[in-house]
Design a binder for this molecule. Structure first.
Ligand code: LLP
Length: 438
């Protein structure tokens, strides 16, 4: 029985591992710190990130594109804590932002405007103005009305807004329907068939400088084929647009490369293969390449640590009731997502696993993390870790059931620091205000 690592057995090395959360001396460690030690100091539940995994994954992408000029713009929607942004920015990462708030976060983390791309289907006037004032590498434009608004605002400021137009290549990303973005029925981008017309319009509008093409077809892609289809279409479009007289010097190829959530049986393509595919499909065009990976950088760099509150014997099944819940990690409830869940104390070799329904305390049946999951025998007080929780974990959390947003902790070698505190009940309640009539 393998409790969730892809490389079960005694010869696990950090170089071979997907992350730096590994068993050592009978317990789970985060780099050089025992997870249980952090839990004792911080209290559960909490998110725990590894600096070494974050930087390693960023570098994998950066090196995969070494064959030409490029910028890896981390899609900070995956995990946007200031400490995470600073860690990646120090490695040379640019940022992909999708809101005024994310833009402000990138700037607060010290990322210069010329390393920030602004994506998203509904940028407001205020967001556009703030980005033009603070500096922006490019807006990824998603519609003609948005393009007109950017043109208007940039002209009124006497400046030129660098833009790429996001095209929708009508490619099936073969991922969960809620996170596929590249089919014609999705709300994203401009149909690729109309791209020449829209670029012609862009060339005539004041205040715009066309710099390239943008595409993003979805998230958690576990096959390179949809990328290949989309990037081939982008290559053809680049040549057509150049023939029309546009200067296309940059291609933003989006994010989306998937990670193995069930480590015992999934092995999605690696960033190196992805880099080679990019070179094969668009490398001959001489463009600067941008990519916007989020999940692959942050996903396996974070775990959610939680404690068993009760072991409840139900009708024909046992429930492990945790102190973490759907408000802390919404992915299983929202996308039927699988997360490997491992005990913080390493199970003894040969121990007989038992099936558990693993649930949180929130008053909804949807607050179920896993059904009939085989685990070593566990009981109240035991700690467990959800693997691959670093992306779309903390950022999607809410205070549903008036449960405080849980702390985030970052490990760096043998050090760790709380990078977001758990608010007190008073902090939460005091954000409400009472109208005069009450
Ligand atoms: N660029 C754009 C324009 C995006 O919309 C996204 C993700 C990314 C880049 C980054 O994609 P990644 O490399 O992380 O796959 N909450 C969902 C995922 C939503 C993804 C939305 N867009 C989940 O938990 O699976």
């Amino acid at each position: 029985m393998c409790f969730g690592t892809r490389y079960c057995g005694s010869n696990l090395t950090l170089e071979a591992a997907l992350d730096h959360f590994i068993y050592r001396d009978g317990a789970l460690w985060a780099e050089d710190v025992p997870v249980a030690e952090i839990a004792a100091q911080v209290g559960t539940p909490f998110y725990l990130y590894s600096t070494a995994t974050l930087t390693r994954h960023f570098k994998l992408f950066d090196e995969a594109l070494d064959w030409g000029p490029h910028l890896v713009c981390y899609a900070m929607k995956a995990a946007s804590n200031q400490a995470i942004l600073r860690t990646l920015a120090a490695e040379g990462a640019g940022m992909d932002v999708v809101s005024g708030g994310e833009y402000a976060r990138a700037k607060a983390a010290g990322v210069p405007g010329d390393r920030i791309v602004f994506s998203g289907v509904g940028k407001t006037r205020d967001e556009i103005r703030a980005a033009l004032e603070g500096g922006i590498r490019q807006f990824n434009v998603e519609s003609e009305p948005e393009m007109q608004v950017i043109s208007e605002i940039a002209s009124s400021m006497g400046t030129q807004a660098p833009i790429a137009i996001r095209v929708n290549p009508d490619v099936d990303a073969k991922t969960h329907a809620k996170i596929a973005t590249g089919k014609s029925e999705n709300k994203f981008g401009i149909p690729i068939a109309r791209a020449r017309e829209v670029y012609a319009m862009a060339a005539k509008l004041p205040g715009l400088k066309v710099v390239g093409i943008d595409v993003h077809i979805g998230s958690q892609l576990t096959d390179l084929e949809p990328f290949e289809l989309a990037y081939t279409k982008v290559a053809e479009l680049t040549e057509a647009l150049r023939a029309d007289g546009h200067e296309i010097s940059r291609l933003d190829l989006g994010g989306g490369l998937g990670i193995p959530y069930a480590r015992s049986n999934e092995a999605p393509p690696l960033p190196t293969d992805y880099g080679k595919l990019i070179q094969k499909t668009v490398g001959h065009l001489g463009c600067e390449i941008e990519i916007e990976p989020g999940r692959l950088i942050a996903g396996n760099a974070g775990i959610l640590v939680s404690k068993v509150i009760y072991l409840k014997h139900g009708e024909g099944r046992d429930f492990l009731i945790l102190d973490g819940a759907m408000n802390d990690l919404i992915r299983p409830a929202m996308y039927e997502a699988h997360h490997d869940i491992v005990p913080v104390v390493e199970p003894e070799v040969g121990i007989e696993p038992k099936p558990y329904d693993i649930v949180g305390p929130v008053c909804e049946t949807g607050d179920t993390f896993a059904k009939e999951r085989l685990m070593p025998p566990l009981t109240a007080g035991d700690l467990v870790a959800f693997r691959s929780a670093g992306a779309y974990g903390a950022v999607m959390a809410s205070e549903y059931n008036t449960r405080p947003l849980i702390p985030e902790v970052l490990v760096h070698g043998d050090q760790f620091a709380v990078i977001r505190e758990r608010p007190s009940f008073a902090d939460m309640i005091n954000r409400d205000s009472i109208p005069a009539w009450l």
